[in-house]
Ligand binder design. Structure first.
Ligand code: FAD
Length: 396
């Protein structure tokens, strides 16, 4: 019976926490093992982007989980992309004709903590500071390590991996039965910088807030500085700051992260290429030095599951590049589909997992391709006069 079935979930990030909440709501006993400490006690340890764009697909999953309103209260609406051209002009390209077609900027940490609270309220048991080390699928056991490296083994007849792009469960599954894994590196990388709220910026910059007291730029937009082969974007945060992400080739001719090894070189590059953005980043040197360069790739797998014993979801199954802002949204959709399939056949996980892959893989492949295409659109086409003329005519 569904009420007795235990599911072991690896990873309590965005997708793991939402999936856990939905499975518990359908009567499963859910045990989540999460590598990091509890962010509600220890503070959120990021690693990936500070904020994310939540779109209709992810929002629909949150509605089905009964969490959409709570999340939207902590989000900033983005009506379109505000394109900042080289000559300092800017213009809003709306996503739709009115505010029924918008996306939302949410803090990764705040969203993760909200989802953890919701899952716990639904009866999920979280075990923080517990890292999956390996799995013995024939014995149906997993090996975990705590923060001191002390290992222990546990029974886990049904395991779901929501442990992200570098999934340890995927590695263990692949060692048991090859999953047909391919990782395509994009060759471009990213670094995050911060525009503080207008109050923190010098008084002469406050005048740029366009009537908004708190924000140094229009708050209800996803800002893009397209520069052909590279770009900066900025997403608003509720307290008035923006998280800026610089996307640039990792290696090769200037400009690339390889040709901007230090703050001085990076500062000169921003003066040349992003002169209107640079004054909004007062801690440029500290941000550039202190924040890591993140790599970007697309993960393709032929198999997402090991019969009914183990399954991968979210980035662990289909990590994509972030240019459509759809990785989390796609992972949230996974949770709705999987929870309802498992609820329909709780004792036949092999069937539910196979059906899950059959339904979700074409969607994941489609968004992976669209995300790659959108990088070219964001960094290049949005500033192209032909593209703008087509938008004016309603063709885009
Ligand atoms: P993760 O968020 O990676 O969570 C995995 C969890 O598993 C973590 O908590 C981790 O600590 C834990 N874990 C890892 N290994 C182990 C282990 N061995 N044992 C136990 N636990 C483990 N998506 C969007 O929809 N919109 C956006 O705007 C957007 N912007 C992005 C910008 C950037 C720069 C990047 C890199 C990604 C962006 N994404 C965006 C994609 C989004 O971040 C991912 O799709 C999403 O985080 C996937 O969630 P997940 O839970 O599957 O994996």
């Amino acid at each position: 019976m569904a009420q007795q079935q235990t599911i072991t979930l690896i990873g309590g990030g965005l997708v793991g926490a939402l999936l856990a909440q939905q499975l518990a709501g359908r009567g499963f006993a859910v045990e989540v093992f999460e590598k990091r400490p509890d962010p509600r006690i220890a503070g959120f340890v990021g690693g990936r982007s500070i904020n994310l764009a939540l779109a209709e697909r992810g929002l629909q999953a949150l509605r089905e989980a009964g969490l959409a309103q709570d999340v939207l209260q902590r989000a900033v609406m983005m009506r379109g992309r505000m394109v900042h051209t080289r000559d300092g002009r800017s213009g809003l390209q709306r996503y739709g004709v009115d505010d029924s077609e918008v996306i939302w900027s949410v803090s990764r940490g705040a969203l993760n903590m909200l989802l953890l609270d919701a899952a716990e309220a639904a009866g999920v048991r979280f075990h923080f500071g517990q890292s999956l080390v390996n799995a013995d699928f024939d014995a149906r056991r997993i090996r975990l390590a705590d923060e001191r490296g002390v290992e222990r083994d546990l029974d886990a007849p049904v395991i779901i991996g929501a442990d992200g792009a570098g999934s340890a469960l995927r590695a263990a599954m692949n060692a048991h039965t090859p999953l047909g894994e391919r990782v395509d590196a994009l060759g471009h990388a990213y670094k995050e910088l911060e525009i503080p709220s207008a109050g923190v910026l010098a008084a002469d910059l406050v005048g740029r807030s366009g009537g908004h007291d708190q924000f140094a730029l229009e708050p209800h937009a996803l800002h893009i500085w397209p520069r052909g082969g590279y770009m900066c974007i900025a997403l608003p945060n509720t307290e008035g700051s923006f998280t800026v992400t610089l996307f640039l080739p990792a290696q090769g001719a200037h400009p690339s992260f390889a040709t901007l090894p230090d703050t001085q070189a990076a500062h000169a590059f921003f003066e040349e290429d992003f002169p209107d953005l640079l004054p909004l980043i007062p801690d440029f040197a500290a941000d550039y030095e202190g924040h890591p360069v993140g790599t970007l790739s697309t993960l393709y797998l032929q198999r997402w599951h090991l019969d009914g014993r183990a399954l991968l979801v979210g980035d662990a199954a289909h990590a994509i590049v972030p240019f459509h802002g759809q990785g989390m949204n796609c992972g949230f959709e996974d949770t709705v589909v999987l929870a309802s399939l498992l609820a329909a056949s709780p004792n036949d996980t092999a069937d539910a997992f196979a059906e899950f892959q059959r339904i979700r893989q074409p969607n994941a492949d489609a968004i992976a391709a669209m995300a790659l295409e959108n990088y070219v659109e964001m960094r290049d086409s949005v500033a192209d006069p032909h593209y703008l003329a087509k938008r004016e005519l309603g063709a885009l």
